[in-house]
Write a protein that binds this ligand. Sequence first.
Ligand code: NAP
Length: 288
Amino acid sequence: MLRKRLGAADLTIPEIGLGTWQYLGGVQALRKGIDLGANFIDTAEAYGTENLVGEVIRDIRNQVFLATKVSPWHFRHKDLFQAVDRSLQALKTDYIDLYQLHWPNSTIPIEETMGAMEELVNQGKIRFIGVSNFSVAELQRAQAALHRSRIVSNQVRYNLVDRSAEVGLLGYCHENKITLIAYSPLARGMHAIRENDPLGILRKVASETGKTEAQVALNWYIARDSVVAIPKADSPEHVEENCGASDWRLTPDQFALLDKEIRYRQRGRVETVLRRLARNTLQRLGRI
Ligand code: NAP
């Protein structure tokens, strides 16, 4: 399993990690991934999988890079402190490697939230600060609110059929040494990718490389220096297949073919702004 530097930190993480949203694979599938070198597990207080992850890592805590997320309605200083303690208890550990703000929350000053995150670093409860679903402007504001720490990662949706992250964000993360953690990298199960591949390019490249279509899709993201991917798989077979997306690279021609021939959408700036306005309004109304 190839590894990549986490942000500007003096540490590497595997380029394929293990997602756990709606994860139903029990201890076995995640342990399989760890055994294969994918020792980076991503969970969140909102997923309901922290307890299970705690079981998975119980005897091997120091071999695992553990990432979880705090929900936006817990971004007040006091709430964030309570949230981290609940997560630590569920995860059965006394530290979290990467603590991520799950979504931006425009109703709570980012200075308050980031101040609390830095206190948690000082207390040793978390090692690194990450964010998720942040735009470039939100990343800049969040970073400016930190005094001693750097944001090491931004977790966003990025797959062959939704390439919105390429509009500004990917380049910004690369230039500023922020790891982009690609979520839903299989577009939630490969169907959407196949539907947008009328020429069967994925199948063609898979046959050329002797890899599977899922491995080719995953390799397409992790070919980028600053990108790691966190597919979710319930079965040990899928986990093993996903881990096999690492340790090799597509040729430039194969990369370009996938780039060009698979249909994708990219949210434009106007759509992105409108979605954020809608989210901010719902947050102000206390709906999310
Ligand atoms: P995903 O990883 O793109 O897709 C998961 C689906 O793909 C499951 O149905 C899984 O089936 C299937 N699958 C896995 N490996 C496969 C393979 N080799 N071949 C064919 N199908 C395969 O979607 P996701 O769960 O949305 O995203 C992954 C992780 O990202 C989440 O678990 C979570 O940790 C994170 N995430 C974060 C956010 C956020 O807001 N930060 C949002 C969404 C997701 P089986 O399970 O049956 O194997």
